[in-house]
Design a protein around this ligand. Structure first.
Ligand SMILES: Cc1cc2nc3c(=O)[nH]c(=O)nc-3n(C[C@H](O)[C@H](O)[C@H](O)COP(=O)(O)OP(=O)(O)OC[C@H]3O[C@@H](n4cnc5c(N)ncnc54)[C@H](O)[C@@H]3O)c2cc1C
Length: 390
């Protein structure tokens, strides 16, 4: 595993780091208070970041994206973890990988405008009755002579207020199972599509999470993404990369950010006439956090290298999802402890990091679901699952 960074990678990381420090972090507190990022500021953030070439870094250069390798992408995503969800979305985009299935006229209508930041999309899979069991959805798309008719609903759809189209999973056959699910590009303005309430969350202030309702929404044939019946495979394949980058790498970045703060506090805060960092029980919390973070970082890098080498990284990504999200939970919990009462107090951002971290173990597949996947794999493949040289 190569972990030495070349000059280009160092420069890229430094550009992202500086942008986040100077342009994004100063906005975080206001978003927390207001509960939203106002439109003008969102547009300014986008304009500045795209001028630096930082928008849609994950997309291929041929479509106007950054064309980064998986390793380079996760190096950037780790930096993204140093700021809040809504600012990452506005500055760097949520241009989801399934969009790369666009072909023909779909490319100019949905893919490229999204890469340019002219359009924004959300991914809409989860329903009130179907979360972990993503195959259990009830939303249907019925084929007609002139296209499809969509009925049903979704919830928890991140950034759904801002997005102007959705990648929607729907059943296109009568039977149960993944082969009956297809993926559609659904414009928000279509008659019959209603955006429901913004579902208030414990954390991630500023990012709306909405309900969607589809009442006989008429879709043109061009709205079908990929092949009919391939939607589940498409969504799950794309979410794997999202898990590695947006959960794994960002969790590492968030934990690093928190560790920097707790280390500085441990050095500066004095009790019993000495810095609390001199007490071994506080030192243990710092040491355990460094160990935790570095283990997660190596796992993320390993999975990214597998992707770049064209290998199947699905098992590793499941391991990353569990380890990195739970690592983040442990680190933020220690941070609250090291900061004492100030860690619980809203005058400092530590309590926000604690709240924001909790969702990492839930979205993009819960820890329980990923543990099930890993256990099945280890029972099937034995040592091949964890031998990094195979
Ligand atoms: C802030 C936020 C943002 C989100 N953004 C999006 C989005 O943009 N698009 C989207 O489509 N979805 C989104 N989601 C949905 C998210 O992916 C789901 O919440 C998640 O997959 C879990 O589904 P659920 O909430 O229905 O929980 P459930 O599936 O009901 O799970 C409840 C509990 O049961 C456990 N469980 C379930 N099945 C098993 C099993 N087989 N074995 C062991 N334990 C099991 C789970 O691990 C969990 O602990 C978001 C959710 C939140 C909260």
């Amino acid at each position: 595993m190569a972990i030495a960074l070349n000059d280009e990678q160092k420069m890229m990381i430094e550009t992202v780091r500086r942008f986040i420090q100077t342009e994004l972090q100063p906005l975080e507190e206001r978003i927390e208070t207001d509960g939203q990022l106002d439109t003008d500021t969102a547009r300014t953030v986008f304009a500045k970041s795209s001028a630096l070439g930082l928008y849609a870094l994950n997309m291929p250069a041929e479509h106007g994206g950054g064309g980064l390798s998986a390793v380079d992408r996760i190096l950037c995503e780790e930096q993204f973890g140093h700021t809040s969800d809504i600012l990452i979305r506005r500055a760097f985009g949520n241009v989801y990988e399934p969009l790369l299935e666009c072909h023909g006229d779909q490319i100019e209508r949905w893919l490229r405008p999204t890469v340019r930041g002219e359009r924004t999309c959300s991914i809409a899979i989860t329903e009130p009755g179907a979360g972990s069991d993503a195959q259990g959805i009830r939303t249907t798309a019925r084929r007609t002579d002139s296209g499809w008719v969509l009925n049903g609903g979704k919830h928890f759809i991140s950034d759904g207020l801002w997005s102007d189209f959705f990648l929607v999973s729907a059943k296109t056959g009568e039977q149960a199972g993944s082969k009956e699910i297809s993926m559609f590009l659904v414009d928000k303005a279509l008659p019959g599509l209603t955006v429901g309430k913004d579902q208030a969350m414990m954390g991630l202030r500023g990012t709306p999470h909405v309900e969607l309702f589809f009442d006989n929404v008429v879709l043109e044939p061009i709205a079908l993404l990929g092949q009919a019946g391939q939607g589940f495979k498409l969504a799950m394949g794309a979410l794997n990369v999202v898990r590695l980058a947006q959960v794994g790498a960002r969790a590492v970045g968030k934990a690093c950010h928190v560790l920097e703060l707790m280390t500085a506090y441990a050095a500066e805060r004095k009790q019993f006439g000495q810095p609390i960092g001199d007490f071994q029980m506080v030192q243990q919390m710092l040491a355990d956090s460094v160990i935790d973070i570095n283990a997660a970082r190596l796992m993320v890098l390993h999975a990214a290298e597998m992707i770049d080498a064209g290998q199947d990284a699905r098992d590793w990504i499941a391991m990353v999802k569990v380890h990195a999200s739970e690592m983040l939970g442990r680190v933020v919990d220690r941070a609250v402890q090291v900061f004492g009462g100030m860690g619980f107090c809203k005058e400092l951002p530590i309590e926000r990091y604690y709240r924001d971290a909790r969702i990492y173990r839930i979205f993009d597949g819960t820890s329980e679901i990923h543990r099930t996947v890993i256990a099945r794999s280890v029972l099937k493949r034995g040592a091949a699952l964890f031998d990094v040289n195979r």
